[in-house]
Design a protein around this ligand. Sequence first.
Ligand code: UDP
Length: 475
Amino acid sequence: MDRTPHVLIFPFPAQGHITQMLKLAELLCLSGIQVTFLNTHHNHRRLRRHADIDSRFPASLRFQTIPDGLPPHHPRRQFGFLKEWIYSVDIKSQIEPSFRHLLVSYQSQNNPVTCIISDGVLTFTIDVGMGLGIPTISFRTVSTCCLWTYFWLPQLVRSGDLKFGGEELIDMDERVSSIPGSETFLRRRDLPSFYRSKEIDKTGMEFVDTETQNSTKSHALILNTFEDLESPILSEIRNRFTKIYTIGPLHTLLNTKRAEPISVSSNGLWEVDRTCMKWLDSQTPKSVIYVSFGSVVLMKHSEMMEIWHGLVNSEKPFLWVVRPDSITEELESSDEVAEEVAEETKKRGCIVGWAPQEEVLAHGAVGGFLGHGGWNSTLESVVAGVPLICWPHFADQTVNSRFVEEVWRVGLDMKDRCDRSTVEMMVRDLMDEKGEGLRESTARMGELARESVRDGGSSFCNFKDLMEDLRLMCQ
Ligand code: UDP
């Protein structure tokens, strides 16, 4: 007897991962699949507070929660929280029992889980699934170009090709020429954060290495990318997995399936401030630089001031997201400086705590995006045809920003520089006449992204194949 497909989706507990996997959940539901979305208790409380989740999703999407393995009074600030999950929470021994228990209880009911789609960095789920006879598909939320480096770098460290200087300086401009597909342009400074440091970060590297290797054991891999963007790297990485479904940009694919557009940025763990949309309405076309560094990046107050001065000196209007928990040092500025900031900001800027980013990027007044090169932000900007300036911090951001400038030609890489004159110069280069070429190539890439999700496009077809795969698992 055929069963109804019932997919359990489990994201790593960070905004960028939840955003993508919640979109996939909605897509599956809209295509007739029942989905259980598994969140940690803490993140689910935040999501429920800000994202109106009880009324906006199809009835076939249910939420379940499990503990995150941290003590109840832990502050769980985004960055610290992620570090804890990588460095101290023994995910396997603390989360696995709750995960297994939940699955066992589903399997004994008349609506068992027929497939697990879990975050590609939570691969303990593959073994749990195997033990219960449930196939697991891994979903990697980073770019393919970064995932590809995760396959190669551990062996370059082990062979001694990639050295750590300890007290000595390492040459950040040295080429890393042994990763197929990026031999000519990838430098040490472009590598994911664990591999840029002077000292070897064994725990961090082992975490990423183990999860990456383990994910190849899954039934298939889902990537939020599209063929035209990453095809050379995709053809390399296809040898490592049984099947790969590239179904991105997910937010664009989802928008083609929704009956009517809903508030697209409400997957957030923060409250969206929509006042900026009115402010954008009052600006001239393509004049505004949007500034946002995602949900995890922290910056020093001094860095924030360099960016602020650069923006003001560029004389462009700016919309800036300053997340309440994103500044690491107390304001050291005198009242006088604070007053100047307030005055100048009033003249040409708008600052909010969390913006409806997809809508912001789609607004005709936005002409550029100064961000951190997070994967979601990069895709959202490309789809909107808005060129980027990337000031990357960690994880895949450092790789993405290099590809943004060197390969995809959709923006500029501001890596390892954060001073007012660089910010001013790059904003001008992006927004003024000099940026014409970048605007054109970003618009072309945006068109390819939108084509990929249209009927017959690569992501459209791959999503159809994924659906077929999920249905076959029930027979
Ligand atoms: N985002 C948003 N409003 C903001 C800032 C960010 O809705 O003010 C969303 C953005 O649209 C993206 C996600 O948060 O979908 C950030 O993900 P990304 O991968 O870019 O960066 P991360 O937060 O994982 O570092």
